[in-house]
Design a protein around this ligand. Sequence first.
Ligand code: PRP
Ligand code: URA
Length: 209
Amino acid sequence: MSRVHLITHPLVQHKLTILRDKSTGPKDFRDLLEEVSMLMAYEVTRDMPLEDLEVETPICKMTGKVIAGRQVGIVPILRAGLGMVNGVLKLIPAAKVGHIGVYRDPDTLQPVEYYCKLPVDVEERQVIILDPMLATGGSASAAIQFVKERNVNSIKFMCLLAAPEGIELLQKEHPDVDIFTAAIDERLNDHGYIVPGLGDAGDRLFGTK
Ligand code: PRP
Ligand code: URA
């Protein structure tokens, strides 16, 4: 069963509350989402393996640690996942970036896929899928499926807010994918929005409403 990692760091929680506030406009929303994503990436990468590297300090030789093994791929779900990319890249600048376009049909709440472009060597990478909102879980599940179809066997899902319904769906459909979130909210409303949530993440990020 996928594990759910709740990121409770005070800086993350502080910024999340300002993101939720409806009076926060697109510029501040973008800045805060980037900052929170960088802080969350610190936790998401906590289990990265290390290997020894010998270096020479100005004083003497010593053996330090560097990150070993597979490189990282980050895959935002369009549109709102785009707002998390730069924050993650600040910590993992060598990561390659893929894109998956999925939107939720407002009537059926079912995911509609319209774009997928992943790094050519994606199967050799640890992939972190980014989307601020895990609501019904349909979009995240479809995106994870796309990545799995490219033979990737190490996938993590990172979001800002998760609804219990979305967590349940991912745990059922993708039990091998760990979920990292800054909050688990109460429920979904009749329109599939997270309550209390932060509204429509894409619209708030890009000022489209
Ligand atoms: C939002 C959000 C997620 C999805 C979550 O995208 O960014 O991708 O909804 O909902 P789900 O868990 O019920 O699938 P939206 O469909 O609004 O598309 P957009 O980012 O292009 O506006
Ligand atoms: N998508 C959003 O942007 N917000 C929600 O609350 C649910 C889905």
